[in-house]
Write a protein that binds this ligand. Structure first.
Ligand code: GTP
Ligand code: ZN
Length: 209
């Protein structure tokens, strides 16, 4: 690609920033949150969501969770992973001490629900969560956390206490204006169905479990 074309493309990418399209008060079992929906355009049906608890001080270091969508775990309580319980815990902590839960539309570590279901079938015949992704022609983890940084910048957050066990999420903030001043673990008791999955995250993805 010619240099000028490259620069134009770069400018275009930079222009396509997420915009808070709408927001509203959402009372939950854990407490009241303001939910903001972020997308590049208002027709987007899958915007990323920011849930900011009503007691959140955006000027202080904010307890923050980056939660990637997992419809099987978050909505239907699938025991194949720890997502549903992690989401409930994050909302509870955010409501308790003031905080933000970013609900990122990166289902299946960025491969989408159709491919995640295919990956589950491969796991049922012996592949682990990483190899199943690779077998389908994807990266082990196809997520990009730049969206989360954009959302936090929009909210005026400068420092966060990140609720995670995933080193990639911490690394994603290294060159950003938003600084991770602390990591808070989010450990869910394993069950018979997710024990192997959690072990793979620990042994091969560097998760601090
Ligand atoms: N491709 C694929 N995705 C999975 C599988 N199990 C869970 N997921 C997805 O993994 C993602 C879990 O992400 P997060 O809840 O952000 O957590 P994490 O990356 O494990 O890191 P933590 O912050 O430590 O919880 C969700 O998008 C799930 O849909 C699997 O076996 N295969
Ligand atoms: Zn899950």
């Amino acid at each position: 690609m010619a240099k000028v074309e490259e620069e134009l493309l770069f400018m275009k990418i930079k222009e396509n920033r997420l915009v808070r399209q709408a927001e509203a008060l959402i009372p939950t079992p854990w407490g009241n949150f303001r939910m903001g929906a972020y997308a590049e355009d208002s027709e987007d049906w899958m915007p990323h969501l920011a849930l900011v608890s009503e007691n959140c001080d955006l000027n202080a270091p904010v307890l923050t969770r980056l939660h990637s969508e997992c419809i099987t775990g978050d909505l239907f309580g699938s025991k194949r992973c720890d997502c549903g319980e992690q989401l409930a815990y994050a909302l509870h902590k955010a409501a308790e001490e003031g905080g933000i839960v970013l609900y990122l539309r990166q289902e299946g570590r960025g491969i989408g629900i159709i491919n995640k279901l295919k990956a589950y079938n491969l796991q049922d015949i012996g592949l682990n969560t990483i190899d199943a992704n690779l077998h389908l022609g994807f990266e082990a983890d196809a997520r990009d956390y730049g969206i989360a940084i954009e959302m936090l910048e929009d909210l005026g957050v400068h420092e966060i206490k990140l609720l995670t066990n995933n080193p990639d999420k911490i690394e994603a903030f290294e060159d950003s204006k938003v600084k991770v001043i602390k990591r808070i673990p989010i450990i869910i008791e394993p069950n018979a169905d997710n024990r192997e999955y959690l072990r793979t995250k620990q042994d091969f993805m560097g998760h601090m479990l």
